[in-house]
Write a protein that binds this ligand. Structure first.
Ligand code: NAD
Ligand code: ZN
Length: 357
C-alpha cells in the first residue's frame, strides 16, 4: 500500500479584513525590485478592491479575463508577457474565483518551467518550483485555494497541472471579499463544494482523513443553503471554510460521477465548472440518491434555475468526444464505482446520461 504524501499550502490567514495584511505578508517575499504581479478577476475593474491592492515599486495589476475557464494558451501568453516586460518577478497573487486563482498558480509555474503549460497537463510532470504565489478567493466553493492542481483547457485535453509545486505558498481567506457575489454564481460555486463532499463521502477511496473534512464541509453547506433563509455575513464566513474543508477532503480521496461527466460538457461546450456540475448532479439519482434529493431541495429553496436540454442538438461525433473526455477521468470513476467501473459505466450508459442533460 502506497499512501499519498501530499504537499499543503504553506501559510493560511483567515478572517474578515485579513486582506488588509497583504502588504505585510508580501514584504519579506519581495526579491530586490522585481515586482509582485496581482492577477485580479476582471469583475473588479473599477471596484474598491482594486484600490486596496498594496502596490509597491514596479508592482502591477493584471486584470484577468475569466469569461472562459483558463486555457493553456492564455497561461503561456501571460507568462511570456511578464518575462518580456520584467525578466523576473517576485511573485503572483491571484485574486478572484477558481479561474483567477488557477491562472495565478499556472503562470507562477510557467515563469520557471520551460515550454508550454500544455506539456504539464497531467500528474507530477512539473519539475521546478514556480515563483512565489498567493491565492485570495472572492468566491467560495472550488477548493482551488487548497488544491494541488490548476485546471486548464489545452489543445487536446482539459486537465490540471497536478504537482507538489502547484499549491499556493500563501492563501488569504477573507470572507468579506465574497460579499457581493450574485446569488446564482454563489450557488453554482457553492454547489461545487457540496458536490465535492458528496462525491468524496460516497466514494470508494474514502478514509477518516477525507471523511472528517468532508463531513464538516457538508455541515457548513447545509447551514448556508438549507437552514438559512436570508444570506448574511455568517454565510460568507461558513461557505469560505466549507470550500477549504471540501478541498482538503478531496485532496485525500477523489471526486466522482458529477465531475467526470461535467468535464466532458466543459471540454465540448465550454460549460463552466460550477453550473456544469449542477446540470449533471440534477440527473444522478442512481448514483447519489440522498445527495441529489437534497441538492434539488437547495435549488428550489434558493430559487435557482438549472439549465436543461443542453445536449439536445448534438451530433454523434460530439457525444463521442464528451464520452472520451469523461471516461478518460479514470480515478474519478474508480472512486465512484469501484475497481470494476468500466463494466458499470459503459459508453452506451454514459451516452444515455449525456442525452438527458
Ligand atoms: P470563476 O472563477 O470562473 O468566476 C465565475 C464568475 O464570477 C466570473 O464572471 C467572475 O468574474 C465572477 N466573480 C468572481 N468573484 C466575484 C465576486 N466576489 N462577485 C461577483 N462576481 C465574481 O468561478 P468559480 O466557480 O470560482 O471557479 C471555477 C473555475 O475553478 C473553473 O475554471 C474550474 O476549472 C476551476 N476549479 C479549479 C479547482 C482546482 O482545484 N484548481 C477546483 C474546482 C474548480
Ligand atoms: Zn469541482
Amino acid at each position: 500500500m502506497q499512501f499519498r504524501n501530499f504537499k499543503m499550502v504553506d501559510y493560511v490567514v483567515y478572517g474578515r479584513g485579513a486582506f488588509n495584511q497583504l502588504d505585510e505578508i508580501l514584504a519579506p517575499r519581495r526579491k530586490g525590485d522585481f515586482p509582485m504581479i496581482f492577477f485580479l478577476d476582471h469583475f473588479f475593474v473599477g471596484k474598491p478592491l482594486a484600490s486596496r491592492i498594496p502596490l509597491r515599486g514596479k508592482d502591477k495589476i493584471v486584470y484577468v479575463d475569466v469569461t472562459h475557464e483558463p486555457k493553456t494558451k492564455q497561461v503561456d501568453a501571460l507568462a511570456a508577457e511578464l518575462k518580456s516586460e520584467f525578466g523576473e518577478i517576485s511573485g503572483v497573487i491571484g485574486i478572484g474565483g477558481g479561474s483567477a486563482m488557477d491562472l495565478a498558480k499556472a503562470v507562477s509555474l510557467m515563469m520557471t518551467n520551460p515550454g508550454s503549460s500544455a506539456d504539464y497537463q497531467g500528474w507530477d510532470l512539473v519539475k521546478q518550483a514556480g515563483v512565489y504565489k498567493v491565492g485570495i478567493p472572492t468566491l467560495s466553493g472550488t477548493g482551488a485555494e487548497v488544491s494541488r492542481t490548476t485546471v486548464l483547457t489545452g489543445p487536446v485535453r482539459k486537465l490540471g497541472m497536478n504537482s507538489d509545486f502547484t499549491p499556493f505558498d500563501q492563501i488569504v481567506l477573507d470572507p468579506e471579499l465574497t460579499k457581493d457575489a450574485p446569488a446564482n454564481q454563489r450557488f453554482y460555486t457553492g454547489m461545487d463544494c457540496y458536490i465535492h463532499c458528496i462525491e468524496s463521502l460516497e466514494g470508494t477511496f474514502l478514509n477518516e482523513f477525507s471523511k472528517s473534512y468532508g463531513e464538516k464541509a457538508l455541515e457548513l453547506c447545509r447551514k448556508v443553503f438549507v437552514e438559512k433563509d436570508k444570506w448574511d455575513d455568517e454565510c460568507d464566513d461558513q461557505l469560505m471554510m466549507a470550500s477549504y474543508a471540501g478541498g482538503m477532503s478531496i485532496a485525500y480521496s477523489q471526486v466522482g460521477v458529477a465531475h467526470a461527466v461535467s468535464y466532458g460538457l466543459s471540454f465540448l461546450l465550454g460549460t463552466k465548472h460550477g453550473i456544469g456540475n449542477c446540470i449533471v448532479m440534477n440527473h444522478l439519482e442512481e448514483y447519489y440518491p440522498a445527495g441529489v434529493k437534497e441538492f434539488k431541495y437547495m435549488v428550489a429553496k434558493n430559487n435557482i434555475e438549472i439549465p436543461t436540454g443542453i445536449c439536445a442538438n448534438l451530433t454523434e461525433a460530439q457525444f463521442d468526444s464528451m464520452i472520451d473526455v469523461s471516461l478518460g477521468m479514470k480515478p474519478l470513476w474508480e472512486n465512484a464505482l469501484g475497481k470494476d467501473w468500466e463494466k458499470i459505466m459503459t459508453r452506451e450508459k454514459l451516452r444515455t446520461l449525456y442525452a438527458k442533460l
